[in-house]
Design a protein around this ligand. Sequence first.
Ligand code: ADP
Ligand code: MG
Length: 704
Amino acid sequence: MSDYVNVTELFGCDVFNDAVMEERLPKKVYKELKKTIEEGKELSLEVADVVAHEMKEWAIEKGATHYSHWFQPLTGVTAEKHDAFITAPKENGKVLMSFSGKELIKGESDASSFPSGGLRATFEARGYTAWDCTSPAFVRHDAAGGTLCIPTAFCSYTGEALDQKTPLLRSMEAINTQSLRLLRLFGNTTSKKVTPSVGAEQEYFLIDKEKWLQRKDLIYTGRTLFGAMPPKGQEMDDHYLGTIRQRISAYMKEVNEECWKLGVTAKTQHNEVAPAQHELAPIYAPVNIAADHNQIMMRILKKVASRHGMRCLLHEKPFAGVNGSGKHNNWSLTTDDGINLLDPGKTPHENIQFLLVLTCILKAVDTHADLLRESAADVGNDQRLGGNEAPPAVISVFLGEQLGDVLDQLISTGTATHSKKGTILETGVKTLPDFMKDATDRNRTSPFAFTGNKFEFRMVGSRDSISECNVVLNTIAAEAFKEACDRLEQADDFEMAVHDLIKEYAIEHQRIVFNGNGYAPEWAEEAKRRGLPNLPSMVDAIPALTTEKAVKLFEEFHVFTQTELESRAEIQYEIYAKAVNIEAKTMIDIATKQIIPAVIRYTTVLADSVNTVRAVGDIDISVQLELLKKCSALLKVTNSAMKNLSDVVSKVSEIPEGRERAVYCKDVVCKAMEELRTPVDELEMLVDKSMWPMPSYGDLIFEV
Ligand code: ADP
Ligand code: MG
């Protein structure tokens, strides 16, 4: 069979992973490198030289001609600069292939064109990339040939983080230190390291490339800016987990194979709720690797789509009125010897360590709900949060029946004495086995849901990096653990002290727990009564980065300096304003060059037909006239909305950059965009389809 795939052979075949290193590196060098990877020991240049040489030899065998420091600047996408392995020609005119330890561990990159939020003036262009040896290098094959990609962090000349990875690695150190302290208090002397584990479920849309090419809005902005709902949306729920069509299956097969080659554990795939929407989830991994793998996965999803004559849309809300796409971030804390700190066991009420961890997390999320919300802020997510199937913009925690009940016992009596058990689910069919239900059902409306032995943060946008939310999760948990340990380490009677602390946290932070329907409008009201922040827009969320509380938190754990936080806030405002500006200009472009001319053509046809029919004699032309009137009226509304939008957009550059400009874009530009969309979508429902200048929603999502 030609398309037989031996997955075990394929998996990781293009990765310089542990097995390859053990096989190819001299024993001593391998051991030294492992120490760096596992214990964070500094890597000497001699060791790096040997590793680099072997890595290069291996990469060349895999067909690589170039190497690249692969990094994640704050643009939202990955960046890379390619260098061939060749050295200057020898006297005989030949070149050698070389790659030194220095080239492996440090790269210099002209950083002036990356967002820095004022951290660097453009003339101070130096930026450095540094090898993150905890995330393996890999050889990527594409039209450029083979490229050895080295995952790196990206910092400025003065050491400030200019990327997503650096703070993530810093936050991993913070949570490791504080988790170990907590474990030691409970008598654990064996675990050496605690790592946040993350599995990021990736949602995406697939549409036909030919149709994509006819939609300027998709090309320039990643989402549709106009589009009337087709007669059918997702109301029948017939796409979710439906049979996957052959074209899509062939695509998924290739995506999986490409992922596997690069060591990405693509595991679960299915159709999602909206037509043309799908999901791919890997097996969870240490968070820095999960973050790198998610970037690789997004790239593969896009690349393979073009090979199949399709386009993969990663935007959070490509189509209004149907589900948006997210990236559910499943997060837990795991020790090197396999203990999951978030595993409640069968009887959570007796698991004091778990209850402490849990109540600390409640405290962390309650205290820093604004930061967690901010971590999912992304221009596209503004369209999604609170929309179909997306969690609302209010942060709350879903615990479920079992843990909710344990928490209630703690709050009311101070002690939890029992845990609700899962009951038997009777199928009612003799030939089917009855089975045990989980003690807790799931809640898909909660932004932060406990799901058995992990938390699922469902707010992250499909296009966004998962780094930001995990930086926040790791750091706020580290802070809560630290504050608990500070008190418990001083306690004379540990048992009493921990009991009191759990109760105190449970009572103080119970307002963050919400097990009901997060989509219900009543919840927004209830959340307000509870004093929980509701930050519907990215622009509302950004200030959370620079509050006194946030600065204290991130500085204490050396995750961000105040300057870095301020620069990040600046970058966010800048990105927001630029993105809205591009969307507005795209709307103007489409309205002027495509929609208005099309409607004029159609109304001309109608008018001609009125005259022609009238000439024939006494025939009823009321329908033509009615349509003509309606379309002409809407055309007028469209034209003035378009003029208003142009006017509003032309003023953007006059507004001072930063927060002020972002607020203007949100309040004024976005509103003007909506006012233009409404009449155009109405026109789409009236105008002859053959004259409408672009594929409809129906064409895009039902005919892939
Ligand atoms: P669902 O869509 O039902 O939530 P999926 O199987 O699509 O579930 O995704 C669940 C994700 O959670 C997977 O990436 C999985 O590897 C990950 N996961 C499972 N257990 C853990 C854990 N202990 N810590 C972190 N992630 C986990
Ligand atoms: Mg899933």
